[in-house]
Design a binder for this molecule. Structure first.
Ligand SMILES: NC(=O)C1=CN([C@@H]2O[C@H](COP(=O)(O)OP(=O)(O)OC[C@H]3O[C@@H](n4cnc5c(N)ncnc54)[C@H](O)[C@@H]3O)[C@@H](O)[C@H]2O)C=CC1
Ligand SMILES: O=C(O)C(=O)Cc1ccc(O)cc1
Length: 320
């Protein structure tokens, strides 16, 4: 995809020295699965001077350093922001306001700020409030790639390869900043799309946030029972598929649910109504109704899986 820095043309070809895209000094706040994978992928594909990592725990930042995910552990975010070129927020969404407030006063004129949060309207609102006149260089983003695993040790250079990445630019977003962030994610291998923040949050309430809530709820319900060990002993692959995401990070999902509360409540109500209809059919012994519902769901699920497997976005059991 990208050429090595300084690659020279073969004899007889027009001599062109194609430099790798330059990203200068990159700060990553939250060097976990997503921030760490972004750092690895961008360093592999672009000319990055250094990646400086910030986080809550020195131990996990040291681990990220030892793994080569970051080049340096940052000590003073405000100072490091002065000459940073690209700043990625990859903390849980509830922590982003505090990070933005810390760096806002010292951002240099070259700095572009982006995020990887799973919700967008809330992140846009806190960025607008914290950055004020500098909000134009904030480019909201959400990689649709991940896993139930957390931390820098789970980071992978190819996490975003072939996966969708949604940008939710605003009318005031700087076209230059937007192009740079689009380029950065494309260099990480992502298939970059655009939505409005509101549309993004509606869609992801239905296809991501609700399924995680349901999975947590099912496992929680079973885990409260006296006979849980016996029940879990007999759980098979259907249970494994349905509940893989209940092993996801509780703090991250607390923040996502609260940030997208209205849309998630709407989806939860819709799902409860569906469950009520199924319950009524079951209580009435209405097998035809149950089978009709299962049939529509099976057809839709198979069509979706066939469609996405062609686009390399994962299949059932693929935890990416
Ligand atoms: N896990 C996934 O599959 C995906 C997650 N996301 C989003 O990406 C973001 C990061 O998620 P992951 O990388 O999975 O989480 P993670 O738990 O692997 O990493 C988050 C990192 O942020 C640090 N952190 C927490 N609070 C902080 C604070 N106040 N200041 C600085 N650092 C702080 C943690 O110590 C941790 O190193 C979240 O906003 C999440 O919604 C987006 C797409 C997929
Ligand atoms: O683990 C999984 O399958 C996921 O669904 C990962 C994921 C989690 C949060 C996101 O915002 C996007 C993707």
């Amino acid at each position: 995809m990208s050429q090595s820095a300084g690659s020279s043309a073969a004899v007889g070809e027009v001599s062109t020295t194609l430099a790798r895209p330059r990203f200068g000094k990159v700060l990553v706040f939250g060097v976990g699965l997503i921030g760490g994978s972004f750092a690895l992928a961008l360093k592999a594909a672009a000319d990055v001077d250094e990646v400086v990592g910030f986080g809550r725990s020195l131990a996990s930042l040291r681990q990220a350093l030892a793994l080569g995910v970051i080049d340096r552990v940052g000590a003073n975010a405000a100072q490091e922001a002065v000459d940073a070129d690209l700043i990625l927020l990859a903390t849980p969404v509830g922590a982003m306001a505090e990070v933005l407030t810390r760096i806002a006063p010292s951002l240099g004129p070259q700095a572009i700020v982006t995020d990887a949060g799973s919700t967008k309207s809330d992140v846009v609102a806190v960025a607008r409030a914290a950055l004020g006149e500098q909000f134009a260089r904030f480019v909201p983003a959400h990689p649709i790639a991940g896993a139930e695993n957390s931390g820098a040790a789970a980071a992978r250079q190819d996490l975003f390869a072939g996966r969708k990445l949604v940008l939710t630019p605003l009318p005031e977003t700087s076209p230059t900043a937007l192009a740079r962030v689009r380029d950065a994610w494309a260099l990480c291998g992502a298939d970059v799309r655009e939505l409005t923040p509101e549309r993004h949050d509606q869609i992801f309430a239905a296809v991501s946030h609700l399924p995680h809530l349901l999975s947590f709820a099912l496992v929680h319900d079973l885990a409260q029972r006296d006979e849980r060990d016996l029940f879990f002993t007999y759980a098979a692959s259907g249970f494994r598929d349905f509940t893989r995401i209940a092993a996801s990070h509780p703090e991250m999902w607390r923040d996502i649910c609260l940030a997208n509360r209205d849309a998630l409540l709407g989806e939860l109500d819709s799902y409860r109504a569906e469950l009520d209809r199924l319950r009524a059919a079951l209580a009435a012994g209405d097998g035809a109704r149950l089978e009709a519902v299962f049939d529509v769901a099976r057809t839709a699920r198979r069509a979706w899986a066939d469609g996405v497997s062609g686009a390399a976005t994962g299949s059932a059991g693929d935890s990416r």
